[in-house]
Design a protein around this ligand. Structure first.
Ligand code: SAM
Length: 209
């Protein structure tokens, strides 16, 4: 089973976390309620709940949401209008690096409470400059990247996942943003860059103030 953006539900039921929830937890107040946009199977949401954060989890895949134990909403992020705001909005999985992520960032902004924090994972510019074909492992899942092509500020590639004798592929295209480009994209949604949250600069915070 695959989602609209090509993610395999099976892969996300097998992938362990890799410190994502702790990065979010460390960047927001204790007990802050989190809106998790593009939650998948709840891989990160469930850990956030264990760390004391109530979570509302959003995805447009009913098959992904079937695994989620948080309060869940089936919706495209771009169309989401919950008519309420959250102290923390999580946009993980490099969704902000998609070629046109402005409508997704607008959804982040309209659900962020005054003084709240958006916690965002992106591909930093250094990644575009250095990424090569190669592989690694997360838990029992072997992950490899191949077929990288570059066209101006766009990079396309295929990620291959393998586990338990099965394999899945996902093709993706990401847009390279440098810091001024990121600042401009955030500003378009009424958001302001906060600070980097991880040494590799793949996570950062943003606010509306
Ligand atoms: C790569 S998975 C990651 C899931 C989760 N963030 C994690 O780290 O485990 C991306 C998820 O975002 C969802 N997604 C991607 N774009 C979306 C959109 N525009 N609206 C709603 N869900 C979206 C997909 O259905 C998928 O479940």
């Amino acid at each position: 089973m695959t989602t609209a953006d090509g993610c395999s539900v099976e892969v996300y039921t097998l992938l362990p976390t890799a410190g994502e929830a702790q990065i979010v937890h460390d960047a927001i107040p204790a007990g802050a309620e989190v809106l998790d946009l593009g939650c998948g199977t709840g891989r990160v949401a469930h850990e956030l709940m264990a760390l004391g954060h109530p979570v509302t989890a959003v995805d447009d895949s009913p098959e992904m949401l079937a695994h989620v134990r948080a309060h869940k909403v089936c919706s495209r992020i771009e169309d989401l209008r919950l008519d309420r705001r959250f102290e923390a909005v999580l946009l993980a999985s490099h969704l902000v690096s998609a070629p046109d992520s402005a409508p997704v960032l607008a959804a982040v902004a309209r659900h962020l409470a005054p003084g709240g924090r958006a916690i965002i994972e992106w591909y930093p510019p250094e990644w575009f400059d250095t990424v090569e074909d190669g592989g690694g492992r997360l838990g029992e899942v072997e992950i490899s990247l191949s077929g990288i092509t570059r066209d101006a500020d766009l990079l396309s590639a295929t990620v291959r996942y393998a586990a338990r004798g099965a394999a899945w592929e996902q093709h993706f295209t990401a847009r390279r943003l440098d810091q001024p480009g990121l600042d401009a994209l955030l500003a378009g949604a009424g958001l302001v860059f906060g600070r980097f949250l991880s040494p590799d600069h793949t996570w950062f915070s943003a606010g509306s103030d």
